[in-house]
Design a protein around this ligand. Structure first.
Ligand code: UGA
Length: 451
């Protein structure tokens, strides 16, 4: 099938690349001409594991094309995936101006009927507005548009694997015709008819994900309800962790035992610095805003958001207690990205930590395997090091902010020899408290017993 992807950010590129790998012909466009030129030259503008190889293969097989001419891209596809950003406004409400702009563009440029699919995360009832805008701006009402909602459940860092091996594919449609089209698009994924770069052709045998056909309103709600629930889970674990510290219990023992109940599940119960990234913080805000505008006060979510914001305060309580005065101290920050395996620093807790350290007069040395170049322009006062051991040289304390594997594997005996003081405050619970103590470290983490 011929598909169009509007918006070549992380969601658009993963969607375009994987649908091309599934055998469709994909035409991608973006308002950012530089980005399109980069893509045409074979450069991937974001770091996402396996994405470059999927894009390279799709380009070689002439399955993916890039153009900065939105009209041309719109006319090329039978189905148009809208993958533009929906950033938060000051109020927490999602800014839908990019979606609105694209809707008017599609209405103006299309010459044949199109199925227009919302892939961007949008608040419920956006589909209704989208349908209205497409109708209002269409050339004499001559071209017919259908709307569908197909929320993505991709995690940054494992997005390609998530796309190829989904737990579920949700398609919200207005009629059976659109459902059939969406099924046709995703059939190669469900039937595993693609080259999987994650498992090198040997994908696990488990049952393929389920394709769920719902109404558009339900599909929109499923996305927000899922992300918000996961955010709730993390905040819940963080409150339990605070309680463990007061009571003298161990959060890992508690959450592991809780999670073994299949009704709860072990995932997303890791205590620490809390959630960041461009999804949870903004989605939770947008959901609170949407609920309130519908007359439903989602107090639970407000609490989860508040708990998450306070994680940085909790971290600083630990830093102050262990390091005492921050002013004039040399501090290493391990990790800038909001989580491991991505270069994304949007709403990253590490950046809030660094800002506060700088405000309090620390000399900050930071390291991250992927996110240094993105952080540098935002925080020029920080000294950056590719090598974590260089970042740790002569520091009074090391603060762990991202759960990268290379930090898990650090040789602390080696690092400790060059640190001014063996002090580690771990915001991601990466190390065994007992082992760190055996190495002579004053070691602090979240909610765990020091044994
Ligand atoms: C999230 C969802 O997991 C995806 O399903 C969804 O499609 C995506 O948002 C989206 O809306 O596009 P993502 O933001 O990439 O994906 O990251 P997650 O892996 O969910 O992690 C979010 C944050 O929570 C990270 O800062 C992570 O460090 C933190 N986290 C996660 C915890 O603090 N504790 C945990 O137990 C798990």
């Amino acid at each position: 099938m011929r598909l169009t992807v509007i918006g070549c950010g992380y969601v658009g590129l993963v969607t375009g690349a994987c649908l091309a790998a599934a055998g469709h012909e994909v035409h991608c466009t973006d308002i950012d001409e530089k980005r399109i030129e980069q893509l045409k030259a074979g450069k991937v503008p974001i770091y996402e594991e396996h994405l470059d190889e999927v894009l390279k293969r799709a380009a070689a097989e002439k399955k993916i094309f890039y153009t900065s001419d939105a009209g041309e891209a719109i006319r090329s596809g039978e189905v148009i995936f809208i993958c533009v950003g929906t950033p938060p406004k000051e109020t927490g409400e999602a800014d839908l101006s990019a979606i609105d702009h694209v809707a008017r563009q599609i209405a103006r440029e299309a010459r044949t009927p199109k199925l227009v699919v919302e892939k961007s995360t949008v608040p419920a009832l956006t589909g209704v507005q989208l349908q209205k805008a497409l109708g209002a701006y269409s050339r004499d009402g001559a071209v017919k548009f259908e709307v569908a909602s197909n929320p993505e459940f991709l995690r940054e860092g494992t997005a390609v694997g998530d796309f190829f091996h989904p737990d579920r594919i949700v398609v919200g449609v207005e009629n059976e015709k659109s459902a059939t089209v969406m099924r046709e698009i995703y059939n190669p994924i469900l039937q595993r008819k693609f080259h999987c770069p994650v498992h090198a052709g040997k994908c696990p045998n488990g049952a393929p994900g389920e394709l769920l056909v719902t109404t558009i309103n339900s599909a929109e709600l499923i996305k927000h309800a899922s992300n918000s629930f996961l955010a709730l889970k993390i905040s819940y674990a963080n409150v339990i962790s605070d309680l463990c510290e007061r009571i003298g219990a161990d959060v890992e023992e508690v959450t592991r035992a809780m999670g073994l109940d299949p009704r709860i599940g072990t995932q997303f119960l890791k205590a620490g610095l809390g959630f960041g990234g461009f999804c949870f913080p903004k989605d939770i805000q947008a959901f609170i805003h949407l609920s309130s505008s519908m007359g439903v006060e989602f107090d639970m979510l407000k609490a989860a958001e508040r708990v998450n914001k306070q994680r940085i305060d909790r971290f600083f309580e630990k830093i102050h207690k262990a390091l005492w005065v921050i002013k004039g101290k040399k501090v290493a920050v391990l990790g800038l990205a909001f989580k491991a395996n991505t270069d994304d620093i949007r709403f990253a807790p590490a950046l809030d930590v660094i800002r506060r350290l700088l405000d309090e007069g620390a000399e900050v040395h930071a390291t991250d395997p992927e996110a240094i170049s993105r952080t540098k322009p935002l925080l020029p006062a920080v000294k950056y090091h590719e090598d974590p051991y260089q970042a740790l040289k002569g520091v009074d304390a090391a603060l762990v902010c991202t759960e990268w594997q290379i930090f898990r594997n650090l040789d602390w005996e080696k690092a400790g020899r060059t640190m001014a003081r063996r002090l580690v405050i771990d915001g991601r619970n990466l190390y065994s408290p007992r082992k760190m103590q055996e190495l002579g470290f004053d070691y602090h983490s979240f909610g765990r017993l020091n044994r």
